[in-house]
Design a protein around this ligand. Structure first.
Ligand SMILES: Nc1ncnc2c1ncn2[C@@H]1O[C@H](COP(=O)(O)OP(=O)(O)OP(=O)(O)O)[C@@H](O)[C@H]1O
Length: 390
C-alpha cells in the first residue's frame, strides 16, 4: 500500500515483548508467565491445541482482555496499560466480523471512522486497502454477496486500511474450505512480505504455521513449550508434544535397551530401533521413552528389503520395524498407510510405493529421524492431540 502515513500512528518499533504475562479466569490459568518476543517484520505463529491459551494471548496483546500479571512492551514503551485503540494493532478474526448492512467499502471505512479520519481520507484509504487484497471491483457489494474467502479478505483490508504496524490474526482461515484456505494463506504471506508487516497469527494447523511463520511458538497449558524458526522446530522438536505439532504423527512408547555411540536403542513394536535422544539428561537402560516418527521417515522396504544403507544417512545405522498394512488412504501421488506391528502398535506411513491391505511390510528408519524423548507420562495426552493435529 502506498497510503499517507497516519499522523497518529506510533513511531516504528524494533521489538514487541510480552513479558511473563499471566491471565486467570477465576481459578483457571489461561496464561502462565508467558514470555514472547516479536521482532519487527517477523511472522509469529502461536500454535497449539484447543485451550492452550492462543486466543487469550492475542486478546491480551490487543487490549481486549486485561492481564492478571506481567507487562507488554513496544520497545521502551509499556503498552498493556493502553486501551485497545491506542495500541495501533490491526485485527482479523475467524468469523470476519463484517457488518452485513454496510457495503464492502463502508465496512473497510468503518475502522478508519473509529479513528476519526476525515471522509475523503477514509474513502481513499479504504479503496487502496481493497486494491491491496484484490477486491477493488467489489466495494459496492454487501458481504453476503461475496464468498467466504472474499469476506475474509475484506476483514483483512479493514485491518490494513489504517496501516497498522502489527497485525493480529486469530484463526483467520478456519471457516474456509480447503482450497480457499490455501489461496488465502498465500495472500496473507504476500501481504505480510510486501507491506513489511509484523504479524502475530493464531492457529492450530501445523501446515499453516510451517508455511507462513518465520517464528513458531508452540504453546501448552498457557506456556511456550518451544519457540524457534519452523525449520528448527521441525528438525529438532524439544518434546514429543512439539513433535506432534510438527507432523510427527507417530508417538509410540518404548523402553531403552542400551545406549551406544550411535544413539539410543529402543524396544518398541516388538523390535529394537536406534534413535536420537532429544530430551535433557542421559537415557538409561530400562527407562520408558516415547519415540516420535514422521510418516515420511518410515520407508517401506517390502518383502525383499533394500540394503539398510539405502535408507540410512551415510554412516548412520538404520532401524527396521516389521508390520502389516491395515489401512490405505490414496492421496494422489502419495498413500497414507496405517501399518500395525506384531505387538499392536499402529504406525502411520506416507509413501509413494504401492502397498496392499494385509501385506507384510518392513519399515526402515534412519537413526537420526527416530526422535527419542523421555516419557513424561503424557502419552494419553499425545493420543488426544492426534485427534486435533492434522
Ligand atoms: N472468557 C473466558 N472465561 C473463562 N475461561 C476462559 C475464557 N476464555 C478462555 N478461557 C479458558 O482459558 C483457557 C485458554 O483459552 P483460549 O481460548 O485462549 O485457548 P485457545 O488455545 O485459543 O483455544 P481454541 O483453539 O479452542 O480457541 C481455556 O482453558 C479456556 O477455557
Amino acid at each position: 500500500m502506498n497510503l499517507r502515513q497516519d499522523p497518529h500512528a506510533p513511531p516504528p518499533f524494533a521489538t514487541l515483548r510480552l513479558d511473563a504475562i499471566s491471565r486467570w479466569f477465576g481459578r483457571v490459568p489461561a496464561l502462565r508467565e508467558l514470555t514472547i518476543e516479536v521482532a519487527r517484520g517477523e511472522f509469529v505463529a502461536l500454535l497449539g491445541p484447543s485451550g492452550c491459551g492462543k486466543s487469550t494471548t492475542l486478546a491480551c496483546l490487543a487490549g481486549l482482555q486485561p492481564l492478571t500479571s506481567g507487562t507488554i512492551w513496544r520497545d521502551e514503551e509499556r503498552i498493556d496499560t493502553l486501551p485497545a485503540e491506542r495500541r495501533g494493532f490491526g485485527m482479523v478474526f475467524q468469523n470476519y466480523a463484517l457488518f452485513p448492512h454496510l457495503t464492502v467499502q463502508r465496512n473497510v471505512e468503518f475502522g478508519l471512522a473509529m479513528r476519526r479520519a476525515g471522509r475523503a481520507e477514509r474513502q481513499a484509504k479504504a479503496r487502496e486497502a481493497l486494491r491491496t487484497v484484490r477486491l477493488e471491483e467489489h466495494g459496492g457489494k454487501r458481504p453476503a454477496q461475496l464468498s467466504g474467502g472474499q469476506q475474509q479478505r475484506v476483514a483483512i483490508a479493514r485491518a490494513l486500511a489504517f496501516e497498522p504496524q502489527i497485525v493480529l490474526m486469530d484463526e483467520p482461515l478456519s471457516n474456509l474450505d480447503a482450497g480457499l484456505r490455501v489461496d488465502l494463506r498465500a495472500e496473507i504471506k504476500r501481504l505480510h512480505e510486501s507491506l513489511g508487516l509484523t504479524t502475530v497469527y493464531v492457529t492450530h494447523d501445523q501446515s499453516e504455521a510451517l508455511s507462513l511463520a518465520t517464528k513458531i511458538v508452540v504453546m501448552k497449558d498457557g506456556c511456550a513449550e518451544q519457540v524457534g524458526p519452523p525449520e528448527e522446530l521441525y528438525r529438532a522438536p524439544s518434546s514429543a508434544y512439539v513433535a506432534r505439532f510438527m507432523g510427527y504423527r507417530n508417538t509410540v512408547q518404548g523402553t531403552v535397551r542400551s545406549v551406544t555411540a550411535d544413539g539410543v536403542l529402543v524396544d518398541f513394536g516388538g523390535q529394537s530401533v536406534l534413535g536420537t535422544f532429544m530430551s535433557p539428561g542421559a537415557p538409561a537402560p530400562g527407562r520408558r521413552v516415547v519415540v516420535a516418527l514422521h510418516p515420511e521417515d518410515l520407508v517401506p522396504g517390502g518383502a525383499a528389503p533394500r540394503p539398510v544403507q539405502d535408507s540410512a544417512a551415510p554412516g548412520a545405522p538404520a532401524g527396521r520395524v516389521d508390520a502389516s498394512v491395515e489401512v490405505i488412504e490414496y492421496h494422489g501421488r502419495t498413500t497414507q498407510v496405517v501399518a500395525r506391528t506384531a505387538d499392536g502398535t499402529a504406525l502411520r506411513v506416507q509413501t509413494d510405493r504401492p502397498l496392499h491391505r494385509g501385506e507384510p511390510v518392513h519399515l526402515y528408519i534412519r537413526a537420526d529421524r527416530a526422535l527419542v524423548y523421555s516419557d513424561d507420562g503424557d502419552a494419553g495426552e499425545l493420543d488426544a492431540l492426534a485427534e486435533q493435529v492434522a
